[in-house]
Design a protein around this ligand. Structure first.
Ligand code: FE
Ligand code: CA
Length: 499
């Protein structure tokens, strides 16, 4: 990845090959959306930026031309020890986003990167490559988050996440919300309506990415992202919209717009770029011999929600192909910890206290046979230490995955950590009568909280520790953070234990 023909534009001039293309004028900072990195491999990482001097306008205020963007990766924050550099083109058809897959890097190394366009320099990002395949890894730390409804609250939790000592950040979806809510915090959604068009999804995503706390944590840690429903449309299922407002044909155009804006704004490889309404997002990332993340997509291939058919074995939340890929990968894994990083509540959760049952059919409870195929697949393949990570519900839970959720004495297969929202739902409260009733009704649920924050996980070969990090409010800025509860799982001994 040398491509050093064009150096950094520090001197304010660019070489001839780009003379016929657009040039970014002085006085109009094109790096208003910051920088990001993601999907670290042992020898590569994706670095991202987008030229958008006015991100809330169509095309970010850029001319409909392509622009050269130079980039550099170094071992030090002062860029005195550069290891790779090059020039990428920012294309108008991709909203002038730049995704560089920087290769030839060394494993388990911290790197720093930045971009330049015309006379402008981007902020500096820090990233880290994955350890060498199957190398003995003694520790790994990450945080996972979800649900950052912009009008609902400030992203103070992200400010604290940026200060954590982490290898990666995992985002489990609802990076944006598609509705037109305005809220009362001066953070009303733009455009001020539900979004459908490509321009609208770009502006909505850029609005979220203009948040300084979100930019800070993107610049500080590499991210591994997956989506849930609100990146497109609440509760959609494959080609079926969540509401009755569109035909499937119309909805697939909307989905194509949403997926494209998502890819454009995330540090994802080019191989994941959508083709029309299809985007291959599920994938696997491995960190030495310690942990393997199976990053799932439970939206794009799922059967439509249907309470009357929640146990129908022909229905699936993953689709057949992803399910096979997941089970095959779990069977082949040699990692100590095997993670499903995914969207919706995996464990059974009866929402009706006492007799009678009530299910969230948008979660795995609406796809019981699909869940059974995963849980029995974990047992049959003797998968080591399964852990499920979940977002969606804007509440914290910790749960044990049972071989039979209706029998508390049945075998515990693994554990599920459900993380609350960054901002969705507003301030929340430490607990609620409904939440306490759920713990009583579902004995495999061990913890409940409905404040905002994220979950920090610290892994060693012997133990997984999860810390539920909480901010007491998000409707004002400047909240402190604390750990509300911690749980551990010991390797080889399934089930949550108090830390
Ligand atoms: Fe959400
Ligand atoms: Ca019940």
């Amino acid at each position: 990845m040398s491509g050093a023909a064009v150096g950094l534009a520090l001197a304010g001039s660019l070489a001839d090959p780009f003379a016929a293309r657009g040039s970014v004028p002085a006085g109009d900072d094109p790096f208003s959306l910051g920088v990001a990195s993601g999907d670290p491999l042992p020898d590569a990482v994706v670095i991202w930026t987008r030229l958008a001097p006015r991100p809330l306008e169509p095309f970010g205020g850029m001319e409909r031309k392509k622009f050269p963007v130079t980039w550099i990766v170094a071992e030090d924050e002062g860029f005195r020890r550069p290891v790779a550099r090059g020039t990428a083109l920012a294309y108008p058809e991709h909203a002038h986003a730049v995704h560089v897959d920087v290769t030839g890097l060394r494993p388990a190394r911290e790197y720093f990167y930045r971009f330049a366009a015309g006379p402008h320099l981007s902020p500096v990002g820090r990233t880290k490559t994955a350890p060498a395949p199957l190398s003995a890894l003694s520790a790994f730390a990450f945080a996972f988050a979800s649900c950052q409804n912009y009008p609902s609250g400030f992203y103070t939790a992200y400010r604290h996440m940026a200060d954590e000592d982490l290898d990666v950040v995992v985002h489990l979806g609802d990076y944006i919300y598609e509705g037109g809510a305005q809220g009362s915090l001066g953070r009303g959604h733009l455009p001020a309506r539900e979004v459908f068009s490509l321009d609208d999804y770009r502006i909505r995503t850029a609005q979220h990415k203009s948040d300084p706390d979100l930019q800070r944590v993107h610049a500080r840690h590499p991210w591994i992202v997956t989506w849930d429903d609100h990146e497109v449309d609440n509760n959609y299922a494959d080609e079926v919209p969540g509401g009755n407002d569109q035909t499937s044909d119309e909805f697939l155009v909307r989905r194509a717009n949403a997926y494209r804006a998502y890819w454009e704004h995330m540090p994802l490889r080019r191989a994941l770029m959508p083709t029309g309404p299809d985007m291959p997002l599920y994938r696997r990332l491995t960190f030495g011999d310690l942990v393997e993340l199976n990053v799932l997509d439970t939206r794009q291939y799922r059967s439509d929600q249907d309470l009357s058919r929640r146990s129908d074995p022909s229905r699936s939340i993953t689709g057949d192909e992803q399910e096979r890929w997941l089970l095959d990968g779990l069977a082949a894994s040699r990692a100590t910890w095997n993670v499903l990083a995914q969207q919706v509540f995996f464990c059974q959760r009866d929402l009706q206290a006492g007799s009678g049952e009530r299910w969230n059919v948008d979660a795995w409870d609406g796809y019981v046979a699909s869940r059974d195929r995963i849980t029995s697949g974990l047992v049959e393949r003797a998968v080591a230490n399964p852990i499920v990570l979940t977002g969606d519900v804007h509440q914290n839970y910790a749960a044990d995955i049972k071989s039979n959720f209706d029998d508390p004495d049945s075998a515990t297969i693994g554990s599920e950590f459900v993380g609350t929202s960054i901002s969705s739902g507003g301030d929340g409260s430490p607990t609620s009568p409904a939440g306490l009733a759920q713990l009583e009704e579902n004995p495999h649920l061990k913890y409940y909280n409905r404040q905002r924050g994220y979950v920090r996980c610290r892994l060693t070969p012997g133990q997984w520790r999860a810390d539920y990090r909480i901010v007491p409010y998000v409707t004002r800025e400047g909240a402190p953070i604390h750990t509300d509860a911690s749980f551990v799982v010991e390797a080889g001994r399934p089930g949550l234990q108090p830390a």
